[in-house]
Design a protein around this ligand. Structure first.
Ligand SMILES: [Zn+2]
Ligand SMILES: [Zn+2]
Length: 337
C-alpha cells in the first residue's frame, strides 16, 4: 500500500509499505479522508512537540475516516463497506484511569501520529473495533474526518458546563476555537463572543455561529466588557489567560484548552481567587466520539463549514508546506486519500 512517510523534518515521501492485517478484535479500514492537524504540521516543521520527538520515519495524520474492508477474528457488529471513524487514541483498558472512564489520562495510551505510533496518511490502517465508530448514512466521510477536532470543542464545552442561556467568551479563532464555538452554540449558549487577532478568522467564526467577534489588536476589551459565565481559552498565552480572569464573572468558569509555546506564564492568581473562579483544563477528549457523530447527524452541528482546503494524497508534502505558510487563511485542510 502507499503511505506518506515523514522521512526527516520538512520531507514526506510516498512509499510502498506492507499492507497491515487486522488482528483479533481489529478492523481493517481503507482510509478516505484525513485532516491535517496543527500537530501534524508541527511535527513536519520541527520534528517534535514537547517531549514527543520523531526519531524514526513516521506516518502522520490522525483525523480520519474510511470504510471497513476486512474484519479480524472476534469482531462483532461491523460489516464490509461500513463507513467509520476510528478514535485515534487507544488506552490500556486496565488501569484506574481507564476503569473510571477517564481513559484519555491513561499512561499507556497509544495515539496515532504521536511518535513512535504511525498515523493515517496511508491507504489502510488496522484499528481496534471497540474504538471505531460507524457513521450514519447522512454523515459524509469528509465530515467524518472532522469528528476528531470537533470532539475537542465538545469536550471543552462540557468541561466548561456550558448550559442553555450561558454567555461564553471563546479566545482564539483557529480550528479548535471554531469547533468550540460550534459546540457551545449546540449546547445552548445564548451568546458566544469570539476573539482573535485576524479578521478573516473572525469572519469564519461569525459564519459558523459566533454572536459577536472582537479583534483584540484593534479593539480594547477594557472595563465595559460585560463579564461572561464561561471563558474557553484556545490560545494559552499570558494575555489570554489573564484576559480570561479579567473577563469571567465572579464565580465563573475558565477552561484552558490552548497550550502556548511556553507554559511558564505570569498569571494574576490573587485576582482569580478573589473572584472564586473555577478552572478546568482538557487533554484531548474522552467518551465524546459517539455523541459528536450523533450531533452532526442530527443537524445540531454543521461541521463541514470548517474545511477551507482539500488536497490529493500525492500532494501531502506540498499540502503541509501550504498549511505551514498560510496559517492565517487555512482553518482546516483535508487530504483525500
Ligand atoms: Zn488533531
Ligand atoms: Zn489505562
Amino acid at each position: 500500500m502507499k503511505a506518506a512517510v515523514l522521512e526527516e523534518i520538512g520531507r514526506i515521501e510516498i512509499k510502498d509499505i506492507e499492507k497491515p492485517k487486522p488482528g483479533q478484535g481489529e478492523v481493517l479500514i481503507k482510509l478516505e479522508y484525513v485532516g491535517i492537524c496543527g500537530s501534524d504540521v508541527h511535527y513536519f516543521e520541527h520534528g517534535r512537540i514537547g517531549d514527543f520527538i520523531v526519531e524514526e520515519p513516521l506516518i502522520l495524520g490522525h483525523e480520519c475516516s474510511g470504510t471497513i474492508v476486512e474484519v479480524g477474528s472476534g469482531v462483532e457488529g461491523f460489516s464490509l463497506g461500513d463507513r467509520v471513524v476510528p478514535e485515534p487514541g487507544y488506552a490500556c483498558n486496565k488501569c484506574g484511569y481507564c476503569k473510571s472512564g477517564r481513559y484519555n489520562l491513561c499512561e499507556k495510551m497509544t495515539f496515532m501520529a504521536t511518535p513512535p505510533v504511525d498515523g493515517a496518511f496511508c491507504e489502510y490502517v488496522t484499528y481496534p473495533a471497540d474504538m471505531t465508530f460507524k457513521l450514519p448514512d447522512n454523515v459524509t466521510l469528509e465530515n467524518g474526518a472532522l469528528i476528531e477536532p470537533l470532539a475537542i470543542g465538545i469536550y471543552a464545552a462540557e468541561r466548561g458546563k456550558v448550559f442553555p442561556g450561558s454567555r461564553v467568551l471563546v479566545q482564539g479563532a483557529g480550528c479548535i476555537g471554531l469547533v468550540t464555538v460550534l459546540a457551545c452554540k449546540a449546547y445552548g449558549a445564548s451568546e458566544v463572543i469570539l476573539t482573535d487577532v485576524l479578521d478573516n478568522r473572525l469572519e469564519t467564526g461569525k459564519r459558523l455561529g459566533a454572536d459577536s467577534t472582537i479583534n483584540v489588536t484593534k479593539e480594547n476589551m477594557g472595563t465595559d466588557f460585560e463579564p461572561v459565565d464561561i471563558v474557553i481559552d484556545c490560545v494559552g498565552i499570558e494575555t489570554t489567560v489573564n484576559n480570561s480572569i479579567d473577563h469571567v464573572k465572579r464565580g465563573g468558569m475558565i477552561v484552558l484548552v490552548g497550550m502556548g509555546s511556553d507554559g511558564n506564564i505570569p498569571v494574576n492568581l490573587n485576582r482569580a481567587i478573589s473572584k472564586e473562579i473555577d478552572f478546568a483544563t482538557i487533554f484531548r477528549y474522552r467518551n465524546i466520539f459517539p455523541k459528536a457523530i450523533k450531533m452532526v447527524s442530527d443537524g445540531k452541528i454543521d461541521i463541514g463549514g470548517i474545511v477551507t482546503h482539500t488536497f490529493d494524497f500525492d500532494e501531502i508534502e506540498d499540502a503541509m508546506k501550504f498549511v505551514m505558510k498560510n496559517k492565517e487563511t487555512v482553518v482546516k485542510a483535508v487530504v483525500k486519500i
